[in-house]
Design a protein around this ligand. Structure first.
Ligand code: SIN
Length: 282
């Protein structure tokens, strides 16, 4: 069996992995190499894959327990662990002319609104646009390291409230139905967390954050905006341009991400997403 060939995509975030076929179980040695690359580069791209739903689920499960998303309208009908991000109507095969999940257009860390947020997200690009629809990543370890000491002292011990319904409505989605809201109450997490595998300190911010606990709202809004502007400066950001058949996998503890817009009438973008659950942030 061929060994994975790993090549960095940028000096900070991202590596391309060739020589693996994700439709088949990886050998233990290949899996160990992929996992080491994941910790080192935070984002891995596996080009030219052909996966059915069960194969994507099987590959994702190697990394841990998978999420079945509270937003059941996005769940694949036969494979509930797959979240379908698509601007193509299943019945007609035509584009719907609007973005299927506007929340993904704003900087966030997946499932940060849960007590156990995401460790990794795995996207499979079944159809990808020729222009736009990129996925951008910001390096939260580098962003934390670059804060001055006064800001690091200010953030120590602060906790932020993460709320899915809040972040969706902020992006113009309708309020979540009561049943979903009950399953997904707001949770608090530290604003600075430690990566459980690398030991690095990370800024843990996300547009799922409604406010910082026990801080006046205007002060909290100003601090969150300042931190988000700091963390998403071009020097911390890497943009991934999709090609059909790519599998993209990233670490949600050490990065935040967002999708960029595209012409949702003229272009087709069909992505299958699986999310591996992680630890409670500390
Ligand atoms: C996501 O936010 O999980 C999806 C990002 C994308 O559609 O590129």
């Amino acid at each position: 069996m061929t060994e994975p060939h790993i090549e960095a995509l940028s000096p900070t975030i991202g590596a391309r992995v060739d020589g693996v076929d994700l439709s088949r179980p990886l050998s233990d040695a290949a899996f160990a190499a992929v996992r080491a690359a994941f910790h080192r580069h935070m984002l891995l791209s596996f080009p030219a894959q052909r996966l059915d739903e069960a194969q994507q689920v099987a590959f994702s499960r190697r990394f841990g327990e998978l999420q079945v998303h509270v937003l059941d309208q996005y769940r694949h009908p036969q494979h509930p662990q797959i979240y379908v991000l698509s601007n193509v109507d299943r019945a007609t095969g035509r584009t719907i002319g609007h973005h299927p999940d506007k929340g993904t257009l704003t900087w966030h860390s997946d499932l940060s609104f849960q007590r156990r947020p995401a460790l990794a997200t795995i996207l499979y690009g079944i159809e990808t646009p020729t222009t736009g629809g990129e996925t951008q990543f910001a390096d939260m370890a580098a962003a934390y390291d670059a804060l001055d000491d006064a800001m690091k002292r200010r953030l120590a011990g602060l906790r932020a409230i993460h709320d899915l319904d809040y972040s969706r409505q902020r992006m113009g989605e309708p309020p979540m139905p009561e049943a979903q809201r009950r399953q997904s109450p707001p949770v608090d997490h530290p604003l600075v967390r430690t990566h459980p595998d690398t030991g690095r300190k990370l800024l843990y911010i996300s547009r799922h954050v409604s406010h910082i606990a026990e801080m006046p709202r205007d002060e909290s809004d100003a601090l969150l905006d300042e931190l988000m502007a700091h963390a998403t400066q071009p020097r911390f950001v890497f943009s991934y341009r999709w090609t059909q058949g790519d599998v993209l996998m990233w670490d949600n503890r050490s990065t935040i991400h967002r999708a960029t817009g595209y012409d949702t009438s003229a272009e087709r973008r069909v992505i299958h997403r699986t999310v591996v659950l992680g630890d409670v942030p500390v």
